[in-house]
Design a protein around this ligand. Structure first.
Ligand code: ZN
Length: 156
């Protein structure tokens, strides 16, 4: 399952990438009429929208579309889980740009740690993943634990 999401669902787009899903956020594309673009392009992807009018327009065209009926991100995740989206954290895809992650070389990891002023040697303590487009490192540290904690809210 691949997604494209509208302007109002940027946070949800980040989460879908965290769950490993190939997700395009319309705000990352430079298009002038976003609604028309979303109705007519990337039709192989499921469009997630918060916009009733756009939803109706897509239904008429036969475009695959899902109306997200809440502004709460945890509720949005819950709704998607309930229709079969796998909401497990996967270190597969950059949450910022959607690029697939890979293992960094020693040099790449050192470069990022130096640039970000990370004093702890991450390579010794953690398994690392790398986005070559953002030159960003991912590891199962405090940010990861915060994400796990946030998702615990699904159970309530
Ligand atoms: Zn990236």
């Amino acid at each position: 399952m691949k997604f494209i999401v509208d302007r109002m669902l940027g946070k949800l787009a980040v989460w879908l990438r965290i769950f490993g899903y190939d997700t395009i956020y319309i705000g990352d594309l430079n298009v002038s009429d976003e609604d028309t673009f979303l109705a007519e392009n990337f039709v192989d992807r499921l469009l997630l929208t918060r916009d009733k009018e756009l939803y109706g327009r897509c239904l008429k065209k036969g475009r695959k579309v899902f109306f997200v009926d809440t502004d709460s991100v945890i509720d949005q995740i819950r709704v998607l889980r309930d229709v079969g989206v796998n909401v497990e954290i996967k270190m597969e895809r950059c949450s910022v740009c959607n690029t697939l992650l890979r293992k960094p070389s020693e040099e790449e990891a050192r470069k990022v740690m130096e640039r970000e002023g990370i004093e702890e040697d991450l390579t010794k303590r953690y398994e690392l993943w790398y986005c070559e487009r953002c030159e960003k490192l991912y590891w199962l540290g405090s940010h990861y634990r915060n994400m796990v904690k946030f998702l615990e809210g699904l159970e309530k």
